[in-house]
Design a protein around this ligand. Structure first.
Ligand code: MN
Length: 709
């Protein structure tokens, strides 16, 4: 473990970049914090002040301004001691007080579960951060010191903090361009989460370094000489990939450590962009580049503003060698990210590049407002921090950045919510493509809209941006509510008719009173509940009846659809009470109709069911039904098979059905006087197409006379 720096070391660290400012605030903050924390100890037993002092030192290391470092020294005083925010404000000024208060708020929230706490904290962090970036930088330093001293905590806490660091802090540091911090967060988390694997990689990496040391040294000398000959300025260094990066690569590509070629690579830093390309040309003229491995992040920077040229060549010994070529300035941005834009600057002033990070944060905060659930939000953010992007063009030639895997629907929602909702098709480079098409770099995309269309639930299966997901879900929710209101009204009207009661009751104060009695705020809520099957129409109408006629009160119960009916929906509404009709055995894919059965919900029939005609005496009782089966759900279907009467034919039939992975839940067999076999199967099928394939197979079997449903 590193030694804790002293106050004197901290001040000497700050002095060279503080432009002669008075550093007494640091001394004051230090003494104040030490006094406040005097009765506290760190878990390993040392005085608590070591922690804020170390945090302040990390902040000085990245050249943060004086208020930030003072806030770093004071960051735990309000939470852990009797200090108030007014004390801090009076002694150290408003700015320091604001930062300390934001940091305190971040850690103060209490939640029912740890997962929730983590999500909620993260949301708070983003909010605080979008007000003042220094808050997140101090939070980062705080977390970094805690990670560096994590071995002192009990195992359970260790796991939780390391997981949170890996899942939240590392991606966030990456998204804010702080390469060094992301690397350290990842490697420390890796070390505590998978100690054995980590140790093994550490051993293997240092062995590889030893083996290749001479070779790399020769290579550096050779390139340095070539650069000089060409008059190109450049500093060549060896670079070792960080351990978690190696682990991820092994996981992603399913390869062993021995197969990872870029554990050690070379990095060339030069002065100008033009020289980056000149050096790249030189490397490619010396050795053969491996196709597909060249990446130009200078021309097209990553969304965290990372810029560099990457290439892999077959080196002098036939070995793969990876090069990264960039300017000193690009290198600084790759390592320091948002911090490089922040330091020396006054609060609230951002240069153009730094404002790009900020606008990303603002977007996230915007999403936050629209996603009330903290866990959803966390998922949203995790999804958005994936750094890989594609660049596409609007028909006007504007360039847009989209996460990798984005579809035209994602793009449409990126333009405007209404464009997303009304999107019916897309043209890529002038050609019509499916909506699930994955955008490629350089595509020119045009969205086709129609005023009469709305989003489809299916879109959720392929969209990748949180914006699209959120908007589609919102639309479906509103639509479902609308549909269930209609269904609820229909069901209630049927029930009223059954009791010869007037439809006028539907708008009466009486029914509103019933809604209130059932715990609902409005009539609409009541209709929705009936539509969703949470309240039965009987239950409502029973309460509307005069006292003496009232039937025995029905117990309040929520009837769940039977397993076999999972996935049935009426025009997009789920969770209603359904039955499939036992006269026609409908399956997904059939042309379906729903019949509103009083007190029973909806019975689903095939449109060609013979019974239906008898049942229909009122159009209003019919509803359209869509059946989108869940992945593993099945529906009962009935098959009637007529065979010649031959021993073994029933066994053969059963074997055939089982061989295509269809379960037989019931069968009846009999033989007729004219020597024919009649067999009725009830089988569990996924959908109509599976059933059709089976019917086809059975009809081709020897001895089969007829197959029908
Ligand atoms: Mn702390």
């Amino acid at each position: 473990m590193r030694d804790t720096p002293s106050l004197k070391e901290l001040i000497e660290k700050v002095r060279p970049y503080s432009h002669g400012k008075d550093l007494r605030i640091l001394e004051d903050a230090y003494h104040f914090s030490r006094e406040a924390h005097c009765s506290q100890k760190r878990s390993e037993g040392s005085p608590y002040i070591k922690h804020p002092l170390s945090v302040a030192y990390i902040l000085a290391d990245i050249k943060m301004d004086l208020p930030s470092i003072a806030a770093g020294l004071l960051h735990d005083t309000i939470e852990d001691t009797n200090t108030t925010i007014e004390d801090i404000g009076r002694l150290f000024g408003k700015e320091v007080a604001f930062i300390v208060e934001s940091l305190t708020k971040l850690s103060k929230v209490e939640f029912r579960t740890k997962k929730e706490a983590q999500a909620e904290n993260f949301r708070k962090m983003l909010l605080a951060m979008s007000e003042d970036v220094r808050v997140i930088l101090i939070k980062f330093a705080d977390r970094l010191h805690n990670m560096r001293t994590l071995q002192h905590l009990p195992e359970g806490k260790r796991q939780r903090i390391a997981t949170e660091t890996l899942e939240i802090y590392a991606p966030l540091a990456n998204r804010l361009g702080m390469g060094w911090l992301r690397t350290e967060f990842e490697d420390l988390s890796f070390k505590f989460l998978m100690p054995d694997l980590y140790e093994e990689l550490v051993r293997k990496v240092s062995k590889r370094k030893e083996e290749q040391e001479g070779y790399i040294k020769d290579l550096i000398e050779l390139i340095t000489k070539k650069l000089q000959e060409e008059g190109l300025p450049g500093k060549v260094t060896g670079r070792v990939k960080h351990h978690y990066g190696i682990y991820q690569k092994m996981q992603k590509q399913r390869i062993t450590f021995e197969q990872v070629h870029d554990v050690i690579g070379l990095r060339i830093l030069t002065d100008t962009k033009a020289n980056c390309y000149a050096i790249l040309g030189l490397i490619h003229s010396l050795w053969t580049p491996i196709p597909g491995r060249f990446k130009d992040y200078i021309g097209v920077p990553k969304s965290n503003m990372y810029q560099s040229l990457h290439t892999t060549v077959i080196g002098p010994k036939g070995e793969r060698v990876e090069f990264q070529i960039r300017t000193e300035e690009m290198h600084r941005i790759a390592e320091e990210g948002i911090a490089s834009h922040w330091k020396y600057k006054e609060k609230g002033e951002f240069d153009e590049k730094s404002s790009k990070y900020i606008s990303w944060l603002r977007d996230l905060v915007q999403v936050q407002k629209e996603v009330p659930d903290a866990m959803d939000f966390l998922e949203a953010v995790k999804g958005e921090v994936v750094p890989e992007v594609v660049y596409v063009f609007t028909p006007k030639g504007e360039i847009k950045e989209m996460p990798i895997g984005s579809t035209p629907v994602d793009f449409a929602y990126g333009v405007h919510t209404q464009v997303g909702h009304r999107c019916v098709g897309a043209k890529i480079n002038g050609k019509i493509v499916p909506l699930r098409y994955k955008l490629k770099n350089g595509d020119t995309i045009e969205i086709i809209t129609s005023q009469t269309h709305g989003p489809s639930r299916d879109w959720l299966k392929f969209v990748v941006t949180q914006r699209a997901k959120t908007r589609i879900k919102q639309w479906i929710k509103a639509e479902e509510r609308h549909q269930s209101v209609e269904l609820g009204i229909k069901l209630l009207e049927s029930e009223l008719r059954k009791h010869n009661m007037s439809n006028a009751l539907m708008k009466s104060d009486e029914i509103l009173a019933v809604a209130k009695a059932l715990g609902m705020n409005s009539l609409e809520d009541l209709f929705v509940s009936v539509g969703f099957g949470k309240v039965s129409p009987h239950q409502v109408v029973n309460r509307l009846m005069p006292e003496k006629e009232a039937e025995e009160p029905e117990a309040v119960k929520i009837r769940k659809p039977l397993k076999e009916h999972k996935g049935v929906s009426i025009r997009g509404i789920d969770n209603i009470l359904y039955h499939t009709a036992k006269c026609c055995y409908p399956v997904p894919g059939d042309n379906l109709v729903g019949f509103v059965t009083i007190g029973k919900g909806v019975t689903v029939h095939r449109r060609d069911c013979g019974n239906l005609e008898r049942l229909v005496f009122e159009d209003a009782r019919l509803v359209d039904v869509e059946w989108q089966p869940a992945d593993d759900s099945t529906a009962n279907a009935r098959l009637f098979v007529e065979t010649i009467d031959k021993p073994g034919i029933l066994a053969n039939l059963s074997a055939l059905i089982s061989s295509v992975d269809i379960n037989i839940s019931h069968l009846e067999a009999s033989s007729t006087q004219d020597k024919k076999g009649h067999i009725t199967f009830i089988i569990e099928v996924r959908d109509l197409s599976q059933l059709r394939v089976l019917i086809q197979k059975i009809s081709q079997m020897e001895g089969i006379l007829r197959v029908r449903r």
